[in-house]
Unconditional design. Structure first.
Length: 156
């Protein structure tokens, strides 16, 4: 199990929080005060798992952001996308997803690959523009390994 880690960088009105590891009952958001930030950027690529206790703590923590603050989720792994789609309040009303990973799989080679979808490139205004072709290192064709109607629900 990978322990929860958090790193905070304060800029002019922007607070960047990098999270990694398991968000569970041992994860603590103490010291990650969101007060005073006009924009909160959450870099989530390193998050490997989240359980129900972690979800509860996440929602309590994210609600501490100032009312007018913009909240941006970047590089969301599948575990985070799943929570955004299932748990009300996981992505607050003033939050938006700027980028997230989509799992791809090749039947031919058995390889898996995570492809980063970015706002303005692979999605915009609720519409998807996936790459026309994804290949693995061996050149085998890959397909999205998600149920699109469920996985991309949060974009609507």
């Amino acid at each position: 199990m990978e322990r929860f880690k958090a790193e905070k960088q304060q800029g002019s009105g922007e607070l960047v929080v990098k999270l990694a590891g398991h968000i569970d009952e041992d994860a603590t958001f103490n010291g990650l005060d969101l007060n005073g930030a006009q924009k909160v950027v959450l870099e989530l690529e390193g998050v490997t798992a989240i359980n129900s206790c972690g979800i509860r703590e996440w929602i309590k923590w994210i609600r501490t952001a100032p009312n007018g603050a913009a909240i941006v989720y970047k590089k969301c792994p599948k575990v985070i996308v799943d929570q955004i789609n299932m748990v009300a309040g996981f992505l607050p009303d003033n939050g938006k997803v700027e980028s997230f990973f989509v799992p791809y799989y090749s039947d031919e080679s058995g390889n898996e690959k995570m492809i980063l979808f970015q706002e303005g490139k692979e999605f915009k205004g609720g519409e998807l523009f996936p790459p026309p072709e994804v290949k693995d290192e061996a050149g085998a064709q890959m397909e999205m390994d998600v149920i699109e109607a469920k996985y991309f629900k949060f974009l609507k």
